[in-house]
Design a protein. Structure first.
Length: 241
C-alpha cells in the first residue's frame, strides 16, 4: 500500500497530513527517507516518523449487513432515526460501500478499508449488483423494455440481466442486475417501465451474496468473498466512465 495510506491506517495522521510528513522528510522506511507515493508493506517494512516506529495497522474489517427497511445509510444527520451503524459493532473507521435508500432492504457491505470501498463503487469497476423488486404492473412488458435499455433523467440504464417471476396476488418478482449504483436507480427504472414497487431488496454486491442472513444482522465476509473483493480493488480505478 502507499506510504500515506499506511500512516493513515496506523492512526498517525490523515492522508493529507501524511503526505506533508513524507514531503518534509520526517518519514523513513527501513532507514531510508520515504518518498511520496512509495509502496510499503506495514507487516514487513520498518516505518518511522520522527524516529518513532509506526506499528502495524489493525486488521481490516469487512461485514455484510442485511439492512432492514426504515433504516438510514448514513453516519450523521439521522435526526434520531436508526442508521446502519446502530446494527453493527462500533468500529473506528467503519464506512459503508454504496448506499441503500431508506426503504430499500438487503445486502450492504461495510468496511474499514476506505480505499477499497471507493474502488468498489467507482464506475470503472462495473461491479454487478442484483436487486429483487416486488412489483405490480405488466412485468413481461417491463422486462422487455428494461432489457432494451431505458433512458432516465441522468442517462441511460442498460441492465446486465432482467428476470421476472410470478409472486402471487397479481404481483411479480422483478430481478435486475446492474453494473453501476446511481441514486434510486432500480426504483426509477421500475417507474420508467410502468411498475409499482412494493418492496426492494439487494441480494448481491460483486462476489458477496445476501443468502439467508437474517434481517438486521451482520456477518464477517468469508475468505473467498474477501479474495473476490481484493481481485476487484487491487489496482487504482481509471478515470471516466
Amino acid at each position: 500500500m502507499r506510504i500515506q495510506r499506511a500512516l493513515a491506517r496506523a492512526g498517525i495522521a490523515s492522508r493529507r497530513r501524511a503526505d506533508e510528513l513524507v514531503a518534509a522528510g520526517r518519514v523513513h522506511v527501513n532507514g531510508q527517507v520515504a518518498q511520496i507515493g512509495q509502496s510499503v508493506d506495514p507487516l514487513q517494512d520498518r516505518i518511522t516518523v520522527d524516529g518513532s516506529t509506526v506499528g502495524a495497522p489493525p486488521a481490516l474489517v469487512w461485514l455484510a449487513l442485511h439492512k432492514p427497511a426504515g433504516v438510514l445509510t448514513t453516519r450523521s444527520g439521522a435526526g434520531g432515526r436508526r442508521t446502519v451503524f446502530d446494527l453493527v459493532p462500533a468500529t473506528p473507521g467503519l464506512t459503508y460501500v454504496g448506499r441503500l435508500d431508506y426503504m430499500t432492504e438487503g445486502l450492504l457491505l461495510l468496511t474499514t478499508d476506505g480505499a477499497a470501498a471507493h474502488r468498489l463503487t467507482h464506475p470503472s469497476r462495473a461491479v454487478e449488483r442484483t436487486y429483487v423488486a416486488l412489483v405490480r404492473g405488466n412485468a413481461a412488458v417491463a422486462a422487455r423494455l428494461a432489457r432494451a435499455g431505458v433512458e432516465l433523467e441522468d442517462g441511460p440504464v442498460m441492465p446486465v440481466a432482467v428476470d421476472v417471476r410470478a409472486a402471487g396476488q397479481r404481483r411479480w418478482e422483478f430481478e435486475v442486475t446492474l453494473a453501476e449504483g446511481r441514486t434510486r436507480e432500480v426504483r426509477r427504472l421500475c417507474e420508467a417501465v410502468g411498475l409499482e414497487v412494493e418492496r426492494l431488496v439487494r441480494t448481491t454486491f460483486g462476489p458477496v451474496s445476501l443468502g439467508a442472513l437474517p434481517v438486521g444482522t451482520a456477518r464477517p465476509l468469508t475468505a473467498g468473498e474477501r479474495r473476490g473483493i481484493k481481485a476487484i480493488t487491487m489496482d487504482e480505478p481509471r478515470t471516466g466512465r
